[in-house]
Design a protein around this ligand. Sequence first.
Ligand code: ZN
Length: 246
Amino acid sequence: MRYLVLTDIHANLPALEAVLEVASAEGYDRVLVLGDLVGYGADPNAVIDRVKALAPAAIIRGNHDKASSGLYSTDDFNAVARTAAMWTFNALSPENREFLTTLPAGPLQVTPRLEICHGTPFDEDAYVFDAADAIDALDAARGALCLFGHTHLPVVFSRSPTGFNVALPTGAISRITLEDGTRYLVNPGSVGQPRDGDARAAFAVCDEDASQVTFWRVPYRIDLAQEAILAAGLPAPLAARLAIGR
Ligand code: ZN
């Protein structure tokens, strides 16, 4: 089974379309969506419609999905994120707002070996930035492989009987092989708002049978996403940051 793993799309339709084009050409069986379909970007309805059409095998909510559908206060959002959440709430069709409110909270077990969450397996809104965070998350994970999002940073944390390791996927394509007896906490990176300094859209394909995760970076029409953000009246920094991947 090959899972296409999408997270943090953030209403960026040009990025999602570019990712799906490459992913379709490469081939996959099922789709996993790790939350934050909306927020920041200018195409929340089109992105939700596109995700619905993929009929994901598993999908969970992110903090922006909660905030943008009115499920969650934006008190801990910065001013730009709060403005975007309010804009998104008003832009969403009633059906799509309802869709976001029905998304389950992570973590969600996909197979005995594979689990997905937005932030961490113990708190859907917590961030995994450093080794201490990762060890807490690995302790809480139920399977050997836990996929997460939320930080928008592609990374592989792993813990084997011999130690703890951190690896950063780089380049257009990179691949890891999952070793028996090692537990993995993997972030594919963000489709719609990368923050690792690489502006290309990020996604991953997890091949459970081959025990491999392949990380992809895909160029997309950043200019179109930026134009849409500015035309929508969303804060200009949300357009500017796409070009630098921060
Ligand atoms: Zn996000």
